[in-house]
Design a protein around this ligand. Structure first.
Ligand SMILES: Nc1ncnc2c1ncn2[C@@H]1O[C@H](COP(=O)(O)OP(=O)(O)O)[C@@H](O)[C@H]1O
Ligand SMILES: [Mg+2]
Length: 398
């Protein structure tokens, strides 16, 4: 199974491009599911399914064309399906604090529940061999970051807190129920966590395997959107996911070059060059701004033709190597960067703000450092077999 994760800031065109990709894949013969995790669902609209007709039905895979289904993860349904014990426990705790039932139920929707639910489905479909490709239309960048960090968070929680908490609770529950202001969680609560954990097992390996999961970052040729895309790129790298394509959507076509939009086009051209430099060697593709909204199968097909060459397979793995990655070895942080064409004498490394700047001759690459490493300074660098390794340490005070 392939997983194609479309991510980017709200409004850049993720849903449309994910849907268009799904249309192309299905036409090439893949059993395809386009799944939306963005709470602002618009997949159904993208396929022009028409409001009430499909309302509620897309919480499960809903066929929209031959070999093509869509699914919009619906948190209310998910709570009933996957999170029942956990959320009823949270609700019961909240009630004791005096909040109303409605509020309690609202508050019991924890961040990440949708994302985790989506991953459970992905795992399930993979086990069932139900689809060849799952195209994920992920929420705006901040949420999809959480999405990829989630399996490890849960993993950590399960390994460190859960066994301890559980045995502790077993011992104290008979007493605690009498003195504590609220009920201790019941066994079914823990059974629920355990069940969720089992459903999620192995999903992080799927996400980190570049042969299975590819991230397609969607952006627009605007500076503010680009910044967020760069951050997303760094964080996907940090979490071990491979970005294999950057898609710049809504590029003004040549025909829009005169009059009012002339300046816009020049501006876009400059940003497009910047995008290519920044993300190289990850392929960057451009999709023009259309004359119309992208609604319905025909329009989606047209969008797919703008993004992919004729007959081109969107399931292709365009990149297997992460362009750079972060490690910690014996307490020392390292950044490893693939520099296949560089020689020792021409490489320079320095830090600027919270970015590591790598110079190769006249080329420069800015690498945004994750928060945990942003305060460190480069101490040593070595170039071996086309890989530059930069050691970062805490600055020694003079
Ligand atoms: N290349 C394009 N040309 C014209 N309209 C587009 C293009 N890409 C997306 N749109 C339109 O822009 C709007 C937002 O796109 P959407 O895919 O929903 O963005 P996102 O999912 O990132 O929020 C939709 O109305 C869509 O039809
Ligand atoms: Mg969307």
């Amino acid at each position: 199974m392939r997983i194609l994760l479309f991510s980017g800031k709200g409004g850049v065109g993720k849903t449309s491009l994910a849907a268009a990709t799904g249309v192309r894949l299905a036409e090439l013969g893949y059993r395809t599911l386009v799944m939306s995790v963005d709470p602002a669902h618009s997949l159904g609209d993208s396929f022009d399914l028409g409001g009430d007709l499909f309302h509620g039905q897309t919480a499960d895979p809903y066929p929209v064309a031959e070999r093509l289904s869509i699914q919009e993860v619906n948190i209310q349904k998910e709570i009933k399906r996957h999170w029942k014990e956990i959320s009823s426990y949270i609700v019961s705790v909240l009630r004791t604090t005096g909040v109303s039932d409605v509020e309690a139920e609202e508050l019991a929707i924890l961040p990440g529940m949708e994302e985790l639910s989506a991953m459970m489905y992905i795992n399930q479909y993979r086990r069932q061999n139900r689809y060849d490709v799952v195209v994920l239309d992920a929420a705006p960048t901040a949420e999809s970051m959480r999405f990829v960090a989630m399996p490890t968070t849960l993993d950590w929680y399960m390994k460190h807190i859960f066994p301890f908490q559980r045995s502790l609770l077993k011992a104290v529950r008979p007493i605690a129920n009498r003195v504590a202001p609220f009920e201790m969680p019941s066994d079914s609560y823990f059974a629920n966590i355990q069940a969720l954990f089992e459903k999620l097992e192995g999903v992080d390996e799927l996400l980190e395997n570049p042969e299975i999961t590819s991230v397609r970052l969607v952006t627009n040729p605007e500076r503010m959107v680009l910044r967020e895309t760069q951050r997303a790129f760094v964080y996907f790298s940090l979490h071990g996911l491979t970005v294999d394509m950057v898609i710049v959507n809504r590029v003004l076509p040549e025909a829009a070059g005169d009059g009012w939009f002339a300046e816009w086009r020049q501006w876009q051209a400059a940003i497009l060059r910047e995008i290519e430099d920044y993300f190289a060697p990850v392929p960057v593709r451009q999709v023009p701004l259309f004359r119309h909204e992208v609604l319905g199968l025909d329009r989606l097909r047209e969008l797919a033709r703008a993004l992919y060459a004729e007959g081109e397979d969107p399931a292709t793995v365009w990149r297997r190597e992460r362009p750079y990655s972060f490690y910690k070895r014996d307490g020392v942080h390292e950044v490893r960067v693939l520099l296949p064409f560089a020689t020792k004498g021409e490489v320079g490394v320095f830090k600027k703000g919270d970015e590591l700047v790598i110079e190769v001759g006249t080329l420069r690459r800015h690498i945004g450092l994750p928060t945990s490493m942003a305060a460190l300074t480069p101490a040593r660098a070595r170039l071996e077999n086309g890989v530059l390794t930069v050691e970062l340490r805490e600055e020694v005070q003079a």
